[in-house]
Design a protein around this ligand. Structure first.
Ligand code: DGL
Length: 248
């Protein structure tokens, strides 16, 4: 089985990680649109156009499935992508939401979604959660976390200041925190420390790996998954980041 993983840049490595750890697939083709990242501050038309161009990139690879690691693309372009191909396409948002609903027993539990500006604006997470009956949903666009993580800053003073900046006005402590952006799982340890051990962190990429396992009855293979990396610019940087992110 050969699958594709698409992201706006390097962030999708956090979704690639659980997929590689699970060893479900023979081969993964990773493509990051590093020349045009970030998508999270762009408008819907641009996000859809870039995503359709990425689909063209994947065409020669004859993939069995395409995974959209980027939350922003998952929020805006799934319908348009699916309309252009017969290949199954899975985004991270549905998986993240179903992980929340499996874990939280009480529909009144407070859920905080953190994501890019575009993802929050799309209301995709919020609407899906509301449909499931959750009534206490807060959504915060925490755009500064993206460049911070790209700089390799996962903990310490800068992270603490950014947390204060975004979270100090929260009136109550959420029960669950959705990491609605590819970069945020790298802040998981710091977020857990900030909010406390009892907050439930939802990693949509991990949730997607779990969902695919259940849906396709995937079994762990004996050999490691082969990965080929592609980027629209600076492939060297992507490969260097992969060494760090896949370990983290
Ligand atoms: N990959 C994006 C996401 O998960 C974050 C980076 C960007 O803004 O392109 O939303």
């Amino acid at each position: 089985m050969r699958i594709g993983v698409f992201d706006s840049g390097i962030g999708g490595l956090s979704v690639l990680k659980p997929l590689l750890e699970a060893r479900f697939f023979d081969e993964v083709v990773y493509y990051g649109d590093t020349a045009r990242v970030p998508y999270g501050v762009k408008d819907k038309e641009t996000i859809v156009r870039f995503s359709l161009e990425a689909l063209e990139f994947f065409e020669p690879f004859n993939l069995d499935m395409l995974i959209i690691a980027c939350n922003t693309v998952s929020a805006y372009a799934l319908r348009e992508l699916r309309a252009r191909t017969k290949m199954p396409i899975f985004g991270v948002i549905d998986a993240g939401v179903s992980a929340v609903s499996k874990t939280l027993q009480n529909k009144n539990d407070e859920i905080l979604i953190i994501a890019t500006q575009a993802t929050i604006k799309s209301k995709r997470y919020q609407n899906l959660l509301e449909k499931l009956g959750f009534s206490h949903i807060k959504a915060l666009s925490t755009g500064l976390f993206v460049p911070m993580v790209e700089e390799g800053i996962f903990e310490g003073k800068i992270v603490e200041s950014a947390f204060e900046y975004y979270f100090s006005s929260l009136q109550s402590k959420p029960k669950a925190l959705i990491l609605g952006c590819t970069h945020f799982p790298l802040l998981a340890k710091s977020l857990q420390e900030y909010f406390g051990e009892d907050i439930l962190l939802i990693h949509s990429g991990q949730a997607l790996a779990d969902q695919l396992e259940r849906k396709f009855h995937l079994k762990r293979k004996n050999k490691k998954t082969k990965v080929s990396y592609y980027a629209s610019s600076d492939i060297k940087k992507l490969k260097e980041k992969a060494k760090i992110w896949l370990k983290h």
